[in-house]
Design a protein around this ligand. Sequence first.
Ligand SMILES: [Zn+2]
Length: 123
Amino acid sequence: MLKQNLFPANILKPIARFLHLEEKKLEERKKTFEKEDPFSNSDRVSDNAAIDTDAAEQFDHSRMEAMKKEIDRKLIGIKKALAMIKIGKYGICESCGKMIDTDRLMIKPEATLCVKCEKEKEK
Ligand SMILES: [Zn+2]
């Protein structure tokens, strides 16, 4: 029978703590974005709305949307990782079922695929 080498609690605990912190940080950053977004700011000055300003705001808006999307993507990954820790499956590649390299998890604790599978996915 195959033995699952799961991470011991003393490794998982700091990872979970880190992920919770990241989750908080990202959610706060998302809130800041929503506040700074010129399109959600109803009392913006409109009498100097030159085309330049509009273009700049449009650019800001799409950039912010992209950043918000990126944050959302990260948040999903973090929530998933936390759920995996809870059910004791953290660090296992979703695709091939092998253990994900610890070095990789140190850099990207929300990773759900091993390096090999992620590379295959990118192809
Ligand atoms: Zn894999």
